[in-house]
Design a protein around this ligand. Structure first.
Ligand SMILES: O=c1ccn([C@@H]2O[C@H](COP(=O)(O)O)[C@@H](O)[C@H]2O)c(=O)[nH]1
Length: 611
């Protein structure tokens, strides 16, 4: 881990359910390859992950099983290690490439900007060669200008020790916000293509793998892929490795098809095992060995967990490669001056771990302080400042607010735009519309505008891109700590020696449980490796709004300026059009001196939060 990373905290652990074919899966790492430097339970870095995978591969070689590693995209945007360099990602690709990965796929964040998809073309695809799969993504070759698949459409391979024959795909959800140098083909169209139909007809396959930046639960894309494969193969097991929604999740498609999603930001290393795979040749056909068994575990990414799951300790755990990668992350962080503090946060502020509005909410702080103070510097006219909450990515902890923190909270480069003198009658309805909360729903308007084809790329799915979905609260336990203690008792009863790191007494923790993930998924409540006290997550709206320089009585207010995050321009213009105000991009001007959200944050913190 990084020199400044906090020591991991001891906690009761559930063992890895090791099997015949074992998987480690990451997704949505968003540049956090240095690990979390303010949260002990997620403080291991990419170098540690490399050492960990090495030990598990060795275990597989020793007992004749297999270990495969998968990453399903959104490796970029969200951490100073990626975002603070010029060009962005200057250090990331050389850090990342040292992990041996068997299946790797792109996410939407690799595609927002031409520069980042070209980085996939120039760096990640060649670094991973045969492992990179892009089933529904094409790129205009930056050298020839010709449209071509970013990488191979599928990969067929056989595992090293068990000889399991795998057919793997790499999908991206039906993303539409990409720059125009890439083309994302809809999943539903891709599965009608001849190459896909032929691949799923291949009978010399023991396991289909669908890796990709697609949620595993409640996803019409994953469901469509599942149905297509299942209709061609009634008895071949299928493993999905998903991403995008930033949650820990495990979904049962049927009794021999399961999907795993490994959270976000290097907090989680997902583990899946499948046993009972293979085939026997009968006189006429090839039949699977027996009903395969799927198991899952969500590993908290810290050295306490990683040592125990690999059976190593402080001395025996780090490999030379792992140590070198950790050192190169440290060197990059130093070079980027990421620990430089703009100021010190007086308290914790939460994105989803506090209700909105509340004094602990980052969104309330932005509305009442950051956006309001910043906007006042630019005009005395009444203004509505609107931003999408999806532009906010992480919490703020009490203490130094560093260069790194600005990128953790908001890494995007888009600035703020202004529409002047908008009739207040329409402007005041905007927020409700953007949040899909009123009588008229923006999502319905998008359907209409798509039908009339008058607003280009808008479709019903486009609203989904305004803000990332919140972790669905229904998939999190909302128990009290007491429930956590009862959970340990239950575990001791049910699993006995399966629980690692025994605590003092009769299974009761001698220290209070640390707060963390307590996931409920399709297999139950026992997925997390670490037994935590539950954290409550709160839903937040798509967009928030600050009213600046408003008169005390709004009744005489005729016009206001609308200032918004450039990323949501098309939604703002669309919503205004439905409110009877027809503005176009020609009416828009840049404000806040062209500062990005990241710059706005650092400037405000520097002025207001002295250490
Ligand atoms: O330039 C940008 C790009 C994205 N966003 C926000 O991020 C989400 C998508 O993030 P995921 O991690 O894929 O969920 C998008 O919906 C926007 O809300 C942004 O604000 N600016």
């Amino acid at each position: 881990s990084q020199p400044s990373a906090p020591e991991p905290v001891e906690a009761p652990l559930r063992k890895l359910p090791w099997g015949q074919l074992n998987w480690l899966a990451t997704t949505d790492t968003h540049g956090w390859h240095g690990g979390h430097l303010q949260e002990p339970q997620y403080s291991a870095d990419w170098g540690d992950y490399i050492s960990f995978a090495h030990h598990l591969r060795q275990r597989a070689d020793e007992d004749g099983s297999d270990l495969l590693v998968v990453d399903t995209g959104d490796r970029v945007e969200g951490n100073g290690l990626y975002d603070a360099s010029n060009p962005k990602g200057h250090y990331t690709f050389d850090v990342f490439k040292h992990q041996k990965i068997d299946i790797i796929t792109p996410g939407n964040h690799e595609l927002y900007k031409q520069n980042s998809s070209n980085n996939e073309f120039y760096h990640t695809v060649p670094n991973y060669k045969d492992a990179y799969i892009a089933s529904n993504l094409d790129i205009y070759n930056p050298k020839t200008g010709k449209l071509q698949p970013l990488a191979q459409r599928y990969r067929k391979f056989t595992t090293k020790n068990q000889g399991i024959r795998i057919m793997a795909f790499g999908f991206l959800f039906n993303f539409q916000g990409n720059a125009n140098n890439t083309v994302v083909q809809r999943v539903e169209d891709t599965i009608k293509e001849m190459w896909f139909k032929e691949a799923i007809q291949d009978k010399d396959v023991d396991l289909f793998v669908v890796a990709g930046h697609v949620p595993v639960s409640d996803s019409h894309e994953s469901d469509a892929i599942f149905k297509a494969i299942r209709s061609a193969n009634w008895d071949t097991p299928i493993a999905f490795f998903g991403g995008h929604t930033h949650i820990r999740d495990y979904h049962k498609f049927d009794k021999i098809a399961y999907g795993l999603e490994s959270g976000r930001y290097m907090e989680t290393i997902g583990f899946m095992s499948i046993s009972g795979l293979g085939h026997e040749k009968t006189s006429s056909d090839i039949a699977p060995l027996k009903t395969p068994e799927f198991k899952r575990r969500y590993i908290d990414n810290n050295l306490y967990s990683l040592y125990r799951h690999s059976g190593k300790n402080e001395t025996t755990f780090p490999t030379d490669l792992g140590r070198n990668v950790s050192a190169s992350i440290s060197a990059a962080r130093k070079q980027l001056n990421l620990d430089h503090a703009y100021g010190c946060a007086p308290r914790d502020y939460w994105l989803n771990r506090a209700p909105y509005p509340s004094e602990s909410s980052i969104l309330t702080w932005l509305e009442n302080e950051v956006l309001t103070d910043t906007a006042k510097n630019y005009t005395k006219h009444p203004q509505l400042i609107i931003t999408n909450t999806g532009a906010m990515r992480f919490d703020i902890f009490k203490g130094p607010f560093t260069i790194d923190t600005t990128f953790l909270v908001s890494p995007f480069t888009s600035g703020f735009h202004r529409l002047k003198n908008v009739p207040y009658k329409a402007a005041k309805q905007l927020l409700q519309l953007l949040n899909n909360e009123g009588k008229i729903m923006l999502s319905e308007m998008m359907v209409m505008s798509a039908v009339h084809r008058d607003l280009g790329k808008f479709t019903p799915r486009a609203l989904y891109e305004l803000a990332p979905p919140n972790p669905p609260v229904s998939r999190w336990t909302q128990q009290t700590t007491q429930d956590g203690i009862e959970l340990i008792d239950t575990l001791h009863r049910e699993f006995g020696q399966e629980v690692l790191g025994e605590t003092a007494g009769h299974g009761k923790p001698d220290k209070p449980l640390s707060p963390g993930y307590t996931t409920i998924d399709d297999a139950g409540k026992d997925g997390d490796d670490t037994i935590h006290a539950p954290i409550r997550f709160y839903d937040v709206p798509n967009c928030i709004q600050a009213e600046v320089s408003f008169p005390s009585d709004k009744k005489d207010l005729e016009t206001v300026d609308i200032v918004y995050n450039e990323f949501i321009e098309r939604w703002i213009l669309l919503a205004l059009r439905f409110l009877g105000e027809s503005y176009g991009v020609e009416d828009v001007e840049t404000t806040f001196d062209g500062m990005s959200f990241t710059d706005v944050l650092s400037e405000w913190v520097h002025k207001n939060w002295a250490c």
